[in-house]
Design a protein around this ligand. Structure first.
Ligand code: AGP
Length: 610
């Protein structure tokens, strides 16, 4: 989603802003721009399309030690040069970059137009520049504050003013703004990835907080003008985490990082003495865990699907009823919040607007929310009452892979922890720990078989326009995730169904032209799944089965056109392994079709708007 960068210091701002915008490319965008404060005033450069388009229109010399930059993912107004940020007031005095949505922009625009303001774009954001420039207050800080007090909606903004050239003013309400503290220079970005090349000292702004940045430091204060005196924190991410490391695509690298990422999620969290998991961040004592009557998991997209798999694990191991629901649906249906229900939200970025709003809805009604989050210090992580960090490392590709896996793994740890407080025996706990520790090597084994999976993707998926993904119980959740991956990065239409539902409708579309990917582990439901395989075979639908090695049971292999075998784990942990071939199938189908794998069309990495 949209990205913000800003700089004030002694170096030339343009190369720093451009390198920051490059780092933010992965979030998805359709236009980009820069504003620099130079001796002659404010200079603006904006272009529809990718950063390469912007670079084409930039002059060789770009003087200015203060500036802001933006990558825009269109919401209000098409992706055109005029709608690209930064936006200015009519006199070209103030330039702003904005993430979020100004909900009362129509009324504000009408009011400003009645006062003679002429607008250059169709965006909601432009009103902010006009409001700031038309304020009669003396300082930029005061004028920004005055403007923000009449704005309804969400924002992360950075503002420069050529009449106060040594300053950058930023503010946040619902869209992330992070300050980077350098040596006689300050940076700002909407995502820490754009800062780590220059500094590891960062300050996360909170909602309704603003900051005034100058080369010699910063001040943070609330919108009501109360100092907040934030101190910088040190982030551990390195700049290399955002490189492709020899892979052609971030997605491919991230698929291959899964064994190590899982080891990091597990590190220090397994307790051999009591055969349980240690989860220090939960902020829940065993007595609190005994009081839980039900668990509800919330998230969006793949995070929701990870929650569905997690719900199955938790319910199976703990016998506490558990289900998952899309966060946006939950928050809009006026949910009943009960004291003995535990809510868990899942979010890789920790910035997804709908998920954050669901957390706030639960808390507002007195409920307790835990977060399963990858991005340390993110808004959702800070908003939750406790939680589990994934430690998966930065995920750059828009489509989630390693963070899906690590989220499911975090649920497995939680299920073990809760299960050992309640129902499961030390013996079962010990078996689960052994199985968890074996997962990274089992994942390496699956990844070593990539060539054969790539061949299947090229033969069965890449040439087709449609595919079905099916499974039962937690394998149905994997089918949803597998279909999502294929859709997102290859643009092949894929639909997921519970295997049992196929004969209630979708079977009408099964034909030699429509392959079915079936997740079919050798579990208690195998006999049922075999009947479904027969139904598809009878209609001559090609079948790709992701299954377990059946040394003396060839029933799946004999019915499928292509078979991908994964090692067995404890049955409840099998989804962690069965999912990897689904990722590789989607990746290789997308490669065969020449897609823009890391930045699929229309999508953004972090969806910070409703
Ligand atoms: C998955 O491949 C997508 N990138 C998307 O569905 C994503 O999982 C969803 O937008 C939620 O993002 P979050 O985990 O950052 O909250």
């Amino acid at each position: 989603m949209c990205g913000i960068v800003g700089y004030v210091g002694r170096q030339q701002a343009a190369p720093i802003l451009l390198s920051g915008l490059r780092r933010l490319e992965y979030r998805g965008y359709d236009s980009a721009g820069l504003a620099l404060v130079g001796k002659g005033g404010l200079k603006l450069y904006k272009a529809e399309g990718k950063l390469a388009q912007l670079e084409k229109i930039l002059p060789k010399r770009l003087p200015g030690v203060v500036g802001v930059g933006h990558t825009r993912w269109a919401t209000h107004g098409e992706p055109t040069d005029a709608n690209a940020h930064p936006h200015c007031d009519p006199e070209g005095r103030v330039a702003i970059v904005h993430n979020g949505i100004v909900e009362n922009s129509v009324e504000l625009r009408a009011r400003l137009q009645a006062d003679g303001h002429v607008f250059a774009s169709e965006t909601d954001s432009e009103v902010i520049a006009h409001l700031i420039a038309s304020s009669s207050k003396a300082t930029l800080e005061q004028r920004v504050r005055e403007a923000l007090l009449v704005i309804e909606g969400t924002y992360g903004i950075a503002v420069v003013d050529w009449e106060q050239p040594g300053q950058l003013v930023v503010a946040r309400n619902g869209s992330p703004v992070i300050l980077g503290v350098g040596d006689k220079e300050m940076f700002v970005a909407s995502d820490v990835s754009a800062l780590v090349r220059y500094t590891r000292q960062v300050v996360h702004l909170d909602d309704r907080e603003m900051a005034v940045l100058a080369p010699d430091g910063f001040r943070t204060l609330t919108l009501d003008d109360q100092p907040t005196d934030k101190q910088p924190l040190t982030v551990s991410l390195s700049s290399e985490s955002f490189d492709k490391g020899g892979f052609e695509h971030f997605l491919h690298k991230e698929i291959h990082e899964q064994p190590d990422a899982c080891s990091r999620t597990l590190r220090g969290r397994l307790d051999r003495q009591f055969n349980t998991a240690k989860l220090g961040g939960l902020e829940l004592a065993p007595r609190d865990l005994l009081d839980i009557r039900r668990i509800r998991i919330l998230g969006c997209g793949s995070a929701y699907y990870a929650g569905l798999v997690g719900a199955h694990m938790i319910e199976t191991l703990t016998r506490v009823p558990c289900d998952a629901e899309p966060a946006a649906e939950f928050r809009y249906r006026n949910p009943v919040i009960e004291k003995d229900v535990l809510y868990i939200v899942v979010s890789q970025s920790g910035e997804t607007f709908d998920t954050l709003a669901a957390v706030q809805e639960v808390q507002r009604k007195g409920g307790r929310v835990l977060g399963v989050v990858n991005a340390v210090g993110s808004t959702i992580a800070r908003q939750c009452d406790g939680g589990i960090y994934l430690h998966a490392g930065p995920e750059v590709s828009v489509a989630s892979t390693k963070t899906f896996t690590c989220s499911v793994l975090a649920f497995a740890l939680f299920a073990l922890h809760l299960g050992r407080v309640r129902d499961i025996s030390p013996g079962v706990g010990r078996r689960l720990i052994d199985a968890l520790l074996a997962l990274p090597d089992q994942m390496r084994e699956i990844l070593a078989g990539e060539a054969a999976i790539a061949e299947i993707a090229r033969e069965f998926l890449a040439p087709r326009s449609n595919a079905f993904y099916i499974g039962r119980a937690s394998s149905y959740a994997l089918a949803l995730e597998g279909a999502q991956k294929l859709k997102e990065i290859s643009y092949i239409h894929a639909e997921a169904y519970p295997a049992s539902e196929l004969k209630h409708g979708p079977l009408a579309l099964v034909s030699p032209e429509t392959p079915t990917v079936m997740v079919v582990p050798h579990d208690d439901l195998l006999d049922k799944s075999l009947s479904t395989l027969e139904e598809i075979r009878t209609r001559r639908g090609p079948i790709i089965a992701i299954t377990h090695p059946g040394a003396d049971d060839r029933r799946v292999a004999d019915r499928a056109d292509a078979v991908i075998e994964v090692p067995r784990s404890e049955s409840v942990l099998d989804p962690l392994l069965l999912n990897l071939p689904l990722q590789l199938l989607a990746y290789h189908a997308a490669v065969a079709l020449g897609r823009d794998i890391d930045q699929p069309r229309n999508l953004a990495k972090s969806v910070t708007v409703e």
